[in-house]
Design a binder for this molecule. Structure first.
Ligand SMILES: N[C@@H](CCC(=O)N[C@@H](CS)C(=O)NCC(=O)O)C(=O)O
Length: 221
């Protein structure tokens, strides 16, 4: 298995990479440069010829077959590693709704990530941070609070928890200007979920071996 993405701990890639790592599944952690990514967007291939079907990343290559789309890749890696149910359809759907919510939240940021005018960017992000973005995050808090739960589904870590951990880590990292690092301060359940993922022994082992010690994993304490 080859897992293809940029050299960053972005949620779209970390869900699959970490699931494989936690499950002890051997894989090649292929981290391409931005230049190679831009070339692949034109050609539909990496420099070594690996196909990128939708010219997007992450991309998984399994025995020569290339697969795009974060949610499907995450499920595939989760199934191999025991972090996504093989038989329990309801729990599977409950995990799916979280992964798709991570996508929705990510997509909310899209326009401001592409905006070049600093003032426009500031006003778009300020609006998000006290509008739709915080609303959607509060719905995630509601899910955990309603069940008085630490984990999103099935009382143990799944790909849903990993996705939200990295997404919130990214949002609160201070790397996205005008999105406050205190964004999830009002949400005790999400904070507990975040810290539980972060301190999970295999997650801690992965971040220690993969990233520098000053890696921006989010400002949640
Ligand atoms: N729907 C895709 C979107 C992935 C995506 O937006 N990836 C970015 C890099 S983080 C990308 O490849 N953008 C180029 C494009 O969408 O054409 C997924 O869920 O994986």
């Amino acid at each position: 298995i080859k897992f293809i993405y940029l050299d960053t701990p972005f949620w779209r890639a970390e869900v699959g990479r970490l699931a494989l790592f936690i499950g002890g599944i051997e894989f090649q952690d292929v981290r391409i440069t931005r230049d190679e990514f831009l070339r692949s967007r034109k050609t539909g291939k990496l420099d070594d010829g690996t196909i990128i079907p939708f010219r997007q990343i992450p991309c998984l290559n399994v025995d020569g077959t290339s697969i795009n789309q974060t949610a499907g890749i995450s499920r595939f890696c989760g199934k191999l590693s025991g972090l996504y149910p093989l038989k329990n359809a309801i729990n599977a759907a409950l995990i799916d709704q979280i992964i798709d919510m991570a996508t929705d939240i990510n997509v909310l940021l899209g326009p401001s990530l592409r905006e070049r005018n600093e003032e426009n960017k500031r006003s778009m992000r300020k609006k998000l941070a006290c509008g739709l973005l915080i609303k959607k995050i509060s719905y995630l808090e509601e899910l955990l609070e309603k069940e008085n739960e630490t984990w999103f589904v099935s009382k143990k870590i799944t790909i849903a928890d990993i996705a939200i951990w990295r997404l919130l880590g990214w949002l609160t990292s201070g790397m996205i200007d005008y999105i406050p690092t205190t964004l999830i301060e009002p949400f005790p359940y999400l904070k507990r979920n975040f810290l539980n993922v972060k301190t999970h022994p295999k997650v801690a082992e992965w971040t220690k071996k993969t990233y520098p010690s000053d890696y921006a994993d989010g400002n949640i304490i």
